[in-house]
Design a protein around this ligand. Structure first.
Ligand SMILES: C[S@@+](CC[C@H](N)C(=O)[O-])C[C@H]1O[C@@H](n2cnc3c(N)ncnc32)[C@H](O)[C@@H]1O
Length: 276
């Protein structure tokens, strides 16, 4: 465990201001990887015309757009972001964007039929405080879908078995283990995904279920791994998490013909009680 000096009050290390050029492309690569699974879950939760939906930490905004298309003119979608410049291109008439820090700011006073948050909670100093705030702003019977990575050893070993060859498996494991260690050093929770379902149950949600996914991801210099490695490599080196002998990761991730398992993500969802 990191000591107090190592931890930061804000564990999120990929603020767009530090490399705005790379960050938007990186967020779009995250959407390409995880949106198909997220959309399927949103559909299975019954997302429909007229619903009020909240997308927290919307990133580049593709899921907020999906919500707006599903709820139509009779519905409402608010997308929150700590950094709304990321959502500058989200010109969708059905989405209202608000600058909002889930760790500090109150949510809009509305109640929501559906709230979604992906790859945000694991970067917060207190994910359970955020879940508590989200649960209390659901309508009766409303749905909360939360997604967070799980880069525990067990999860990584399982995902690595999907790699097409040992070179891809090795690069995936080196990268993901370094991510795990860096997140611990900064006070984030790299294994939050494993606990999400329990957290939702502890906060009173019913019919809680969860699923884990790690689809295969293509390499390439504009792909998720190359872009994320470019952003994190200085921090990996600073903390001694990647040695100079591992510098081949850049060329491995730049290879467009390569394929890697995605960083495993766990989605958990549940329903607010229908009556009190
Ligand atoms: C890894 S990205 C995920 C983006 C998007 N949810 C997705 O899955 O495509 C994390 C996002 O959370 C945002 N974020 C980080 N800390 C936040 C906070 N305290 N409140 C709201 N958003 C935050 C970041 O700006 C970034 O866009």
């Amino acid at each position: 465990m990191p000591n107090q000096d190592q931890q930061q009050s804000d564990p999120y290390i990929l603020k767009s201001a530090t490399r705005a050029d790379l960050e938007l492309a990186r967020l779009r690569s995250i959407e390409e990887i995880y949106d198909p699974g997220t959309r399927k879950l949103l559909g299975s939760l019954g997302m429909a015309g007229g619903w009020s939906c909240l997308e927290v930490g919307a990133g580049a905004g593709s899921i907020a757009r999906t919500m707006a298309e599903a709820v139509g003119c009779a519905g409402k979608v608010i997308a929150t972001e700590i950094d709304r410049t990321l959502l500058a291109d989200l010109a969708h008439p059905g989405v209202r964007v608000i600058e909002h820090d889930i760790t500090r700011d109150h949510l809009p006073t509305e109640s929501w039929d559906l709230i979604h948050v992906r790859s945000v909670l694991e970067h917060l100093p207190s994910p359970t405080a955020a879940v508590s705030q989200l649960v209390s702003s659901l309508v009766r019977g409303g749905r909360l879908l939360v997604e967070a990575i799980d880069v525990s050893d067990e999860s990584l070993d399982r995902a690595a078995q999907q790699a097409p060859n040992s070179k891809a498996a090795t690069a995936f494991l080196q990268f993901s283990r370094a991510v795990n260690q860096l997140m611990v050093l900064t006070g984030a929770d790299p294994e939050l995904g494993t606990r999400l379902a329990d957290i939702l149950t502890e906060h009173g949600l019913e019919r809680v279920e969860h699923e884990r996914r790690h689809p295969l991801v293509p390499g390439g210099s504009r792909g998720f791994y190359a872009l994320t490695y470019a952003r994190l490599a200085p921090a990996f080196r600073k903390h001694g998490l990647i040695s100079t002998a591992d510098d081949h990761l850049t060329s491995t991730f730049d290879d467009r013909s390569a394929t890697f398992p995605a960083v495993p993500i766990v989605a958990a969802f549940g329903y607010a009680p229908a009556a009190v």
